[in-house]
Design a protein around this ligand. Structure first.
Ligand code: 13P
Length: 249
């Protein structure tokens, strides 16, 4: 039985006070669900406060990105160790917004994911095609290259500790969601690709869907056999919506 994970990527939203309010509402709103692991990824500045509020609760927390370097002269970057010191257990790597706006490549995402694993963090490795790529019928080529590139050099033991998120770029923040069937087809393709590294470990990787997941579409997406959870942007900023998605598991 694969683990189901409902993760909120808050992106660049929320001050510390807003983080306190949102976490307060999530904790008050009975977001606990014995079928799903719940994770939130607030902005870096809020992580320390988030850790104080979430410590000892059912909600885990993580970073939205991390550096592939240990420490040093990398202005603006955050290290794995810094995430660990605020109790983070997860870190998102290779989000399409990092790939698009910060020119992150599969090699870089691979280095970040490897370093996350070596540090004891669980990387949530993001992949997904752009609209032009889907329209040109290149989804499998693009996603396949991303999966193989980001998992390069991984052992079976590494695979057993990662999470993958399929986020079609055209579905992020647009209100357009992949249909459950479209998403399932790509999820099953991703699992097959990962099976080239290790078949047994690939079976156990939680593969999350992301891209305009809302309370009204979550249940149908999550019902697909290879959709093991969701990585949620916009709807994770509204406690009621996020809780409704958790309840849809
Ligand atoms: P939305 O849910 O806002 O489409 O964002 C998805 C996402 O990018 C999560 O990482």
């Amino acid at each position: 039985m694969r683990r189901v994970i409902i993760a909120g990527n808050w992106k660049m939203n929320g001050t510390i006070v807003e983080t306190e309010n949102l976490i307060g509402a999530l904790l008050a709103g009975e977001s606990e669900n014995d079928k799903a692991t719940v994770v939130v990824c607030p902005p870096f500045v809020s992580l320390s406060r988030a850790s104080e509020l979430l410590n000892g609760t059912h909600i885990a927390w993580g970073g939205q990105d991390m550096s592939e370097h240990v420490k040093g002269a990398y202005t603006g970057e955050i290290s794995a160790e810094m995430l660990l010191t605020v109790g983070a257990t997860y870190v998102i790597v290779g989000h399409s917004e990092r790939r698009q706006y910060h020119a992150e490549t599969d090699d870089l995402v691979n280095a970040k994911a490897k370093y996350a694993l070596a540090s004891g963090l669980i990387p949530i490795i993001c992949v997904g095609e752009m609209l032009e790529e889907r329209e040109a019928d290149r989804t499998e080529e693009v996603v396949g290259t991303q999966v193989m590139g980001t998992l390069s050099g991984f052992s079976a033991a590494d695979l057993s500790k990662i999470v993958i998120a399929y986020e079609p770029v055209w579905a992020i923040g647009t209100g357009k969601t992949a249909t459950p069937e479209m998403a399932e087809a790509v999820h099953s393709f991703i699992r097959k690709k990962a099976a080239a590294v290790d078949a047994a470990a690939a079976e156990e990787i939680p593969i999350l869907y992301g891209g305009s997941v809302k309370p009204d579409n979550a249940e149908r997406l999550l019902a697909q056999p290879n959709i093991d959870g969701a990585l949620i942007g916009g709807a994770s900023l509204k406690a009621d919506d996020f809780i409704a998605i958790i309840r849809a598991v």
